[in-house]
Write a protein that binds this ligand. Structure first.
Ligand SMILES: [Zn+2]
Length: 320
């Protein structure tokens, strides 16, 4: 078991140990690496402001939250590569109107520079959202992220109606932080997502953090809708929550093809391998671990690692 009480910000020696621990987990499962559907990369200035919120245990954070992987963008890419995380997104998210397009431009450049990353983008209920989402989908963007807990908007805001229609038709997955955790607001919880899915039942939604803390309600949505998935981000770690609802582990066994490894690197207060150990200790077995840590991600997103190095500004799926 990884020591979850290790020092909060990793030293070079800690990082080397973290790499070795992660590689040991996936080689032990006989996998070629890990598919992590929930990592974050943001423009430097914004990233620093987000981290300051974590450092201050700001109103969206609610508790002390040391950031273990407080490294530059390039250092974090190198770290994930060293760990053998073969596919990972940047998952930018907009906290207010007027910033999504700038984030999307940055994320497009990141995807060009990091060919194995999942080309990520975000949107916000605002004039123009339909147009920029349509453009990104046409260009081949691979995943969107929306953050209801930070952005404080209704998932079924009328300004988003054409966006959801587009995404239902394109099948592009959307990682949705819809749950109340860590600090809820009037727009979080399972009901707004349930309402959205009643209207757009073919949406490929990945519910972040397994919908914490309403795990069972989000399991119900994953069971009811073909393309609804759940990511494991931070769930079952020593840091996250002491109590989980009765029956949750059985539900996750039944939902095996719908559960995806997510971690929230870099803003986690424990070593990466602790997330893997937290999943392994559920006792669902190595086949379940292989599905969650690799095969399910591949199934949802494909393995179209881009060839990289293009200067066109469009990280096109040249190997699809
Ligand atoms: Zn996250």
């Amino acid at each position: 078991m990884t020591d979850a009480a290790a020092p909060p910000v990793a030293s070079p020696a800690d990082l080397a140990a973290d790499v070795a621990a992660v590689r040991k987990r996936w080689t032990g499962l006989g996998l070629p690496g890990l598919f992590d559907v929930h990592t974050h990369f943001l423009p430097d200035g914004l990233e620093r402001r987000v981290w300051a919120q974590f450092d201050a245990a700001g109103p969206k954070i609610g508790r002390p939250w040391p950031i273990r992987y407080r490294l530059t963008t390039d250092e974090r890419v190198a770290l994930l590569r060293d760990m053998g995380v073969r596919r990972f997104p940047s998952l930018p998210y907009a906290h207010r109107p007027g910033v999504a397009e700038r984030l999307n431009d940055w994320a497009r450049d990141f995807a060009v520079r990091v060919p194995e990353s999942l080309w990520s983008a975000t949107f916000f209920p605002e004039e123009g959202a339909e147009a920029y989402v349509a453009g990104l989908v046409a260009d081949g963007v691979e995943v969107f992220k929306v953050h209801v807990q930070v952005g404080e908007f209704e998932l079924d805001d009328p300004l988003l109606t054409p966006v959801w229609g587009l995404l239902e038709d394109s099948g592009t997955p959307v990682v949705v932080h819809a749950g109340h955790a860590p600090v809820g607001n009037d727009h979080t919880g399972p009901e707004p997502l349930a309402r959205l899915l009643r209207r757009f039942p073919r949406l490929a939604v990945v519910a972040a953090h397994l919908g914490a803390p309403d795990y069972l309600a989000f399991c119900d949505l994953a069971a009811a809708y073909d393309r609804v998935h759940l990511d494991t981000t931070m769930v079952f770690t020593d840091f996250w929550e002491a109590d989980y609802p009765v029956g949750l582990v059985d539900r996750l066994r039944d939902l095996e093809p719908k559960v995806l490894l997510g971690t929230d690197v870099p803003t986690i207060p424990y070593p990466y391998a602790h997330q893997l150990d937290a999943l392994a200790r559920l006792g669902l077995g190595d086949d379940w671990m292989r599905s969650v840590c690799w095969h399910n991600g591949l199934e949802l997103f494909g393995d179209g690692v881009r060839s990289g190095g293009e200067s066109s500004g469009t990280p096109g799926g040249s190997t699809r």
